[in-house]
Write a protein of this length. Structure first.
Lengths: 313, 257, 511
């Protein structure tokens, strides 16, 4: 269990972290969500003992990270945003070094490394030079490094950033597997990623907690303010009027209008209390008017919009 | 500490750096040795002391990457977030560099064996020089490690340690320069000072600066005269630099920049 | 609603904290800087403590140990016990009239400067060492030598000063040299007599000279600097006494030395010296058979020596026993030390001998004269003589055993004369002492007979120290082996290491 209380980190006059408090329960997967520069990495660095906080405290399984750093650090496996890899070592050499560093007893070492290697699926890469691995594999080695010493808690800072979609899916799978017997904190600036793996989300912005919510509550809130984007061929005004008349749609705004090709794009806002799926209604309305739909998709809200919607709610 | 020590020592020999250093050191010491050997007179102390003046090259090369590279690659996070003390990390890297020096020094041991086998002298003075060599190595390596912790660029670290070690090696020259500078300053000033008084002030300035000189302190070891204070000086100054390095690393935790 | 509360809370705390400075960071900063400063100050303090003085000796000096086998840079027990026997308020000032040498390596100072530091260390404040350059501090000259007796301004020497008297010592005089072997334009030092010089200077300044020795000069003899050095170290002041017709041995003469004269003394001198011997005088005579004196048969000297029943023959000793020859030279050989004298030459029983005259008894028939052979050849010796007309050596084929050194004294007399006569210069010449150093068995023997003659066995005497000899065994180091070693050490080994590096790099690169 991690207890974070009123954490502040100042850099000169700027407060990178400004009074963050939350608790991570055992066995839960917590998403740490926020735009770039919101203070995610700083908070994680404080939790892992890399940085000291200006005020407030972090307790890891009851050990204060500043007062009992060794005890606290033993409980944590950390993957920083840039995986701390030595490119001149092979995977096995590197993991053995981490075992030394984390004081894993010699007797347990072989077994532990074998299970870690199979869990993160890098057995085939064990004797390869880290510098020669692909980005996805490097990330796996980074995760393997965090797993050494069997910590209860894993803290992964932006684990999928910079990976290609296939690698992202693989890493997410891995995280879900790890979540079975670890407490996990994942930071991300992508909502869908957090939604995909987390039980609970802490959203921070400008160094402050904007919301703490379970992923289901959050989805509910977000669905309430969801938007659709529609591209079509046809007279813009007529279409917009037709759309506005559909029950459940609160607003239609024009985004692009090209008079020569008569192709337009509009943004449809769905009202909060709508119980029906407006998408079917939109389709029928369009087909009735004989206006071909060129593209129709739901728009992911930006983080700023989420904050707006959350804080305004 | 052993984790960092083992990694750093092995990393010297994972890349060509360790081998090239060994080859260069072997060539250099071999040259000094053959130079004496072919003349029929071998004083290994002379060879060791000549090699000691090459610390200014060797130490920056072997210490420049110790912390700078970790900072650049982001691997320093490991030290901050693992259950180890940062001072242990510093010590681990320090002893790895010392051990590399010891491995390089095997060259000289071979020369000592050849000397003894050729009916030459390997006496207590030779061992005194060996002792001094390693205490000087400790001092200079701690300076190199300190320089490496100041920056995340290896070259800058190397330049800093090169300059600092060069200054230490030139302390006796610097002391005489400082004393003549003070002399010209005092005699040019308006005080109508007795020239002997001026000279005594200059002597004090010079002796204060040369007090710091580890080379002049350890000069007698090569004649078999062992003394505690120069060793304490080298070791304690090394400790100062290592502790300073530790503090600089620790600073990252609380620094507001 | 709970989340809203939390947000509000954090905002509030931020407002409360906002203005306050970061106490925790300040603490850490203070701890960081403070702990470093404490360490720095304590390290400096420890190092400075070493320079502090207890009983006028620095702690550093107490913690210095000379482990060299010869103790090159430590004063010996003899000096220490002498210094400690002096009153505690004794002030012996050693002043080097030059800047303290910085680089000692390969200069005479490498054995002088550290040794003098050790004098200071062991003397309990009785000895001080300073380096004062008279060009920067001109007043030092008149301070040391107020009467202007010495030419101190122009010599880079050490001055030892005590009670208004001074003795100067030149650094180059602190060593004995092989005068036949020039190395880099300098004579090769053979031994280190730094301590011997300084200690005897201190002894002679503090207690004055105990004895007086006179060297007979003006008879084509060589110099006697080294013998004077040795005498001085034994507390014997040396003076010269010119050969002349109205020669008289001074009344204060404790020892008369006739050393390597190449022409005979006059008959009046013989009488004067006989008179001196009659008063219980001590005499050392040494002549050899070499170049300038082959025609000299020393009739007057022999008539003097007949007084103690000794005779120097006019012939050259040729040793035919090859085991005693040095480098197969029949004239440079080893001679046996008579068992009565063995304790006086250290461990040695064979001493060196060069172009020697045989020493025999004269036919003086008085039973109270006791003569004893000192050094003797093998029984395989022939004598030869140089023929002035032909320029050849005329060899006598009769084999025999000869003495090349003899001792004579009177028995049953209260104050008997004592005489040592050597037919070789290997005990007393400058050349020999310089080449072989103070620790050579011959020189040790000479020193001990002087002590025995003067009953001066208890004088403070510091032996010379052998210099470290770094030469390697030339029989093992042929030019071939040097070439091979050069090739291996500065070509093959480094190359092999570079190749190893390349292999490792390539192997790992593709892992």
């Amino acid at each position: 269990m991690i207890e974070i209380n009123n954490l502040v980190k100042r850099y000169g006059d700027i407060k990178a972290v400004n009074g963050i408090s939350f608790t991570v329960n055992d066995g839960e997967v917590l998403g740490f969500l926020g735009p770039n520069g919101a203070g995610k990495s700083t908070t994680m660095n404080i939790i892992t003992g890399y940085l000291s906080s200006t005020s407030g405290y972090v307790k890891v399984n009851g050990h204060d990270i500043l007062e009992e750093p060794e005890e606290a650090k033993k409980c944590i496996g950390y993957l920083p945003e840039i995986p701390p890899l030595y490119f001149d070592m092979t995977v096995l050499e590197y993991l053995n070094f981490i075992c030394d560093l984390k004081k894993v007893p010699r007797a347990e070492r072989k077994e532990q490394l074998a299970s870690i290697l199979s869990m993160v699926k890098i057995i085939d890469m064990a004797d390869r030079l880290i510098g020669n691995l692909s980005k996805g594999y490097k990330q796996r080695v980074g995760i393997a490094q965090a797993l050494v010493g069997n910590p209860d808690i894993l803290i992964l800072d932006e684990p999928t950033v910079g990976l290609d979609p296939n690698q992202i899916i693989e890493i997410r799978k891995l995280i879900r597997k790890l979540a079975e017997n670890h407490t996990v904190i994942i930071s991300s600036h992508i909502l869908s990623e957090v939604q995909a793996v987390c039980d609970r989300v802490v959203i921070i912005n400008k160094g402050k907690v904007a919301a703490i919510d379970s992923i289901t509550d959050l989805s509910k809130k977000l669905s309430g303010s969801s938007k659709l984007s529609l591209s079509f061929k046809g007279p813009e005004k007529e279409v917009m009027n037709a759309l506005r008349s559909i029950p459940g749609i609160s607003n239609v705004v024009s985004i692009v209008a090209n008079k020569d090709t008569s192709i337009s794009q509009v943004e449809i806002t769905i009202s909060n209390d709508s119980k029906t799926d407006v998408r079917a209604s939109v389709f029928y309305a369009m087909s009735k008017g004989n206006w071909p739909i060129l593209e129709f998709r739901s728009m992911d809200p930006t983080l700023e919009e989420i904050f707006l919607s959350i804080t305004s709610a | 500490m052993t984790a960092v020590y083992k990694r750093e020592l092995a990393s010297y020999f994972r890349s060509p750096v360790g081998y090239v250093a060994l080859a260069l050191y072997g060539f250099l010491s071999g040259f000094f040795f053959i130079n004496q050997y072919s003349g029929g007179n071998v004083n290994v102390s002379n060879e060791i002391m000549s090699l000691a003046s090459f610390f200014v090259i060797i130490v920056p090369v072997i210490t420049m990457g110790l912390f700078a590279e970790d900072k650049k690659r982001g691997t320093e996070v490991l030290f901050y977030t693992s259950p180890v003390s940062l001072f242990d990390v510093v010590l681990g890297k320090f002893f790895a560099a010392i051990t590399l020096i010891a491995i390089l020094f095997v060259n000289v041991l071979v020369h000592m064996i050849i000397t003894a086998a050729s009916g030459g002298v390997v006496n207590i003075g030779t061992w005194g020089s060996v002792l001094v060599y390693f205490f000087l190595a400790m001092l200079f390596i701690s300076i190199g490690i300190f320089a490496s912790a100041l920056t995340d660029t290896q070259i800058i670290a190397a330049i800093i340690s090169f300059v600092v070690i060069l200054c230490v090696q030139l302390l006796s020259t610097i002391s005489s320069l400082a004393s003549s500078a003070v002399a010209s300053l005092l005699s040019a000033s308006l005080f109508n000072l007795n020239p002997e008084k001026v000279n005594s002030v200059c002597d004090k300035v010079a002796s204060a600066i040369s007090w710091l000189d580890p080379f002049s302190k350890t000069n007698d070891f090569r004649y078999g005269v062992f003394s505690i204070s120069p060793l304490v000086y080298c070791a304690s100054m090394a400790l100062v630099f290592l502790f300073l390095t530790y503090r600089i690393l620790e600073k990252k935790r609380w620094s507001q920049k | 609603m709970s989340k809203d509360n939390k947000v509000d809370n954090s905002v509030k705390t931020k407002k409360n904290d906002g203005v306050k400075s970061d106490i925790r960071n300040d603490k850490l900063k203070l701890f960081s800087i403070g702990s470093f400063l404490i360490l720095l100050v304590s390290v400096l303090a420890i190092n400075i403590i070493f320079g502090l003085k207890i009983n006028k000796t620095t702690i550093d000096d107490y913690l210095t140990y000379d482990m060299s086998s010869t103790g090159q840079n430590s004063v010996s027990e003899i000096t220490i016990s002498y210094l400690n026997s002096l009153p505690a308020n004794t002030n012996i000032r050693i002043v080097g009239l030059f800047d303290k040498p910085k680089s000692l390596r390969d200069t005479p100072y490498e054995y002088i400067v550290p040794l003098l530091d050790d004098y200071v260390a062991v003397s309990g404040g009785r000895v001080t060492v300073e380096y004062i350059n008279p060009t920067t501090y001109p007043s030092i000259i008149s301070e040391l030598d107020p009467r202007g007796v010495y030419d101190l301004a122009n010599t880079s020497c050490y001055v030892i000063s005590n009670g208004g008297n001074i003795i100067e010592i030149m650094p180059v005089d602190c060593f004995t040299y092989d005068s036949e072997y020039l190395q880099y334009g300098y004579y090769l030092p053979t031994s280190n007599i730094v301590e011997s010089k300084f200690t005897s200077a201190i002894v002679n300044l503090t207690q004055g000279y105990s004895y007086k020795a006179y060297f007979v000069t003006g008879l084509g003899e060589g110099t006697h600097t080294q013998l004077s050095n040795m005498f001085s170290a034994l507390g014997i002041e040396s003076s010269d006494i010119q050969a002349s017709d109205n020669f008289e041995v001074p009344a204060d003469c404790d020892l008369l030395v006739i050393n390597g004269i190449s022409s005979d003394i006059t008959s009046s001198m013989a009488l004067g010296i006989q008179d001196y011997l009659g008063r219980g005088g001590k005499l050392i005579v040494a002549v050899n058979y070499y170049n300038t004196n082959v025609a000299e048969s020393y009739p007057n000297l022999n008539s003097l020596l007949s007084y103690v029943n000794i005779r120097i023959q006019n012939a050259l000793v040729m040793e035919n026993d090859t085991s005693l020859q040095i480098n197969s030279d029949k004239f440079n050989t080893l001679v046996n030390l008579n068992s009565a004298f063995t304790s006086m030459a250290g461990e040695a029983t064979l001493l060196r001998n060069s172009y020697a005259r045989p020493i025999t008894t004269a036919d003086t028939p008085f039973a109270y004269i006791q003569t004893q052979p000192v050094v003797t050849t093998s029984s395989n010796v022939t004598l030869s003589q140089f023929d002035e007309n032909t320029g050849n050596l005329i060899q006598n084929s009769v084999l025999g055993q000869y003495n090349v050194g003899m001792y004579a004294t009177y028995e049953g007399t209260p104050n008997p004369p004592e005489v040592y006569v050597f037919g070789t210069m290997t005990f007393t010449s400058d050349e020999y002492i310089s080449n072989f150093g103070f620790n050579d068995a011959n020189v040790v023997f000479t020193r001990n007979i002087v002590r025995a003659l003067l009953k001066a066995e208890d004088t403070v005497f510091v032996e010379g120290k052998a210099l470290s000899d770094y030469s390697i065994d030339t029989t093992k180091v042929t030019s071939n082996s040097v070439t091979v070693l050069t090739f291996v050490l500065i070509a093959i080994v480094p190359l092999a290491l570079v190749i190893a590096g390349v292999i490792v790099y390539n192997k790992r690169k593709n892992l």
